[in-house]
Ligand binder design. Structure first.
Ligand SMILES: [Zn+2]
Length: 561
């Protein structure tokens, strides 16, 4: 008994010391068991996931409950992002966030619709004051949905502190069964500087992983000399779902001494973009694998706990070393990866030189690249390091490197369009050309006289593109002249090739009506329960405009009593 008590006490003193978050203050925001489709800080496109994605049994319309007493401090409805989202601020200073909602409870719904009709906009952001929309713990505040940038019905749930930092909700005692060890899918090694090498080469190398019976891994043995680092592809899953989610903690040890640790507990939204520096962005872009570096190469992220020599290790000649990686999930299931390293100095190693170009960027300076009718403005600290970029301009097309280098900031790309006729000019936009087929994807384009410019955080190929096509507008559930007395909804499909939809406006008998836009299904929906349609004979008019200003008008008549 005494033998087991001592380590237990020791362990708990650590966990209490680390956790100052109120326990059991927040309750489950759904009435069903918590099963996660996504967890905190898992690696997503251009960001760390800021909360939990809770599965809703492939359904929408489940009751969403206030996780604690509080008032609605923010309501945001956007076509993308969190779709319909609620923010509840609690007396202890924390805020909980509920995203991708289908609709709100009747009180909030009425509050929001009043504002939407006043502002004549579906997209809206409101900041109600304390006392306006006050709720108790477990009150129904909304119904779960799939609105905004959501790939299937689920509830996005977040806990933020007073500084608007996203916190790992599991720190608050929210319990998710997890007895499954993290898995490791990839391991890479890097030779740092001019005189280091692994297996006689300074190139980035993928190492073979040998899975062991107990869930740990042995990497293939390597020979190395000088300073080297590693990167790992790892995920974790919880007991009740097959989803590959993020891990909680990663540590490395060199000959028994810890030399790197990162912890997924908390981050600010400002720093989330540095995920593209944490992962090997080139591997992500070329192989679709997310491998995270086990070293800090000039990354401002706050997630690094303790780092010795930036996480790199130094291998001397004629030595035998052991490098170990420990990956832990929130429930302390851990997986170890062992790499045996033989130090071996070589007279000649394969030295791959980085690609050069006439365009060398000093990361801390402003750079302007100009050729023909194209100009690129790069601001200080856009790149994480000094480097060469590929820059070419040909026939209204700009090649600005491949999208394999992450940027911390946006750059400005400008095209001079004075050679075009006024008529043609108005149909031009800047597109990023994506994939092998060079599909033109609209890049938010500003017009200023003869200059079109876009502000982007992605390197790649950009081209002036013409959009002469008007949007299409097609009724889904009604025909011209129809009686719609028993209809709850009016549904219309809107679509646009090339530049995409910029805005839409729907009126009945000249009065604005709220049509909710769902980009995933390209559908506009009006709810007759809004009460905005009161006449028997109704003229519906819908105007849709694309991003270069091509506009279509749809008119139809319907009856209702
Ligand atoms: Zn989410």
């Amino acid at each position: 008994m005494r033998l087991t008590l001592v380590p237990l006490l020791f362990f708990c003193s650590i966990c209490f010391a680390q956790n100052n978050y109120p326990q059991d203050y927040f309750s489950n925001p759904l009435e069903i068991p918590l099963i996660l489709a996504g967890n905190f800080a898992e690696l997503r496109s251009n960001h760390f996931h800021s909360g939990l994605d809770i599965k809703t049994q492939q359904r929408e319309g489940l009751k969403v409950l206030a996780a604690a007493d509080g008032f609605i401090s923010r309501i945001k409805i956007s076509h993308f992002g969190y779709g319909k989202a609620l923010y509840i601020t609690h007396p202890n200073g924390y805020t909980t966030v509920y995203g991708h909602l289908q609709h709100f409870n009747p009180e909030i719904e009425a509050y929001v619709k009043k504002q939407q009709y006043e502002k004549e906009s579906y997209e809206i952001e409101l900041f109600p004051k304390a006392g306006e929309l006050q709720f108790s713990k477990e009150d129904v505040v909304a119904y779960s949905g799939n609105t905004g940038g959501s790939g299937g019905p689920h509830l996005h749930f977040e806990i933020r502190d007073k500084e608007e930092h996203a916190l790992n909700p599991l720190l608050f005692g929210i319990d998710i069964a997890d007895s499954v060890k993290p898995i490791v899918s990839n391991l890479y090694t890097y030779a740092i500087g001019d005189s280091s090498y692994v297996n006689n080469s300074n190139a980035k190398q993928k190492l073979r992983l040998i899975p062991l019976q107990n869930g740990d891994y042995m990497a293939e043995n390597i020979e190395a000399f000088g300073e080297i680092g590693f990167a790992i592809g790892t995920t974790d899953r919880q007991n009740l779902a097959a989803n590959n989610n993020g891990v909680y903690n990663v540590q490395t040890f060199f000959n028994g001494n810890k030399n790197f640790e990162m912890n997924f507990k908390e981050f600010s939204f400002d720093e989330s973009k540095h995920i593209n520096r944490l992962i090997d962005y080139e591997i992500f872009k070329t192989k679709k694998q997310r491998v995270q570096k086990l070293f800090n190469d000039n990354n401002p992220l706050s997630l690094f706990e303790s780092v010795l020599n930036d996480g790199y290790i130094k291998i001397e000649d004629s030595t035998n070393s052991v490098y170990k990686i420990r990956i832990t999930d929130y429930k302390n299931n851990d997986t170890w990866v062992t790499v045996n390293i033989t130090g071996k100095k070589s007279d000649a190693f394969q030295k791959i030189q980085p690609e050069t170009s006439p365009y060398y960027i000093y990361a801390n300076q402003t750079t302007n690249l100009k050729e023909g009718n194209v100009s690129v403005d790069i601001y200080p600290n856009t790149f994480y390091e000094d480097l060469y970029v590929n820059f070419q301009v040909k026939n209204d097309t700009l090649i600005l490197n491949k999208d394999i280098i992450p940027l911390q900031k946006s750059i400005t790309i400008s095209f001079d369009v004075s050679k075009y006729s006024d008529e043609d000019k108005n149909k031009l936009y800047i597109a990023e050309l994506l994939g092998y087929k060079k599909y033109p994807s609209y890049s938010s384009t500003k017009r200023n006289g003869n200059t079109l410019s876009t502000f982007t955080k992605t390197l790649g190929t950009y081209a002036l593109t013409t959009d002469n096509n008007k949007p299409t507008i097609t009724p889904i559930n009604f025909q011209n002249g129809q009686w719609l007395s028993n209809f709850r909804y009016l549904k219309i499909k809107i679509d646009d090739d090339l530049s995409g939809i910029s805005n839409y406006r729907a009126t009945v008998n000249g009065k604005w009506i709220l049509m909710e836009y769902e980009y995933k299904t390209k559908t506009l929906t009006y709810d007759f329960n809004d009460g905005a349609v009161t006449d028997t004979k109704n003229n519906l008019k819908v105007i849709v405009t694309d991003n270069v200003g091509n506009s279509s008008t749809f008119e139809s008549m319907f009856y209702r009593k």
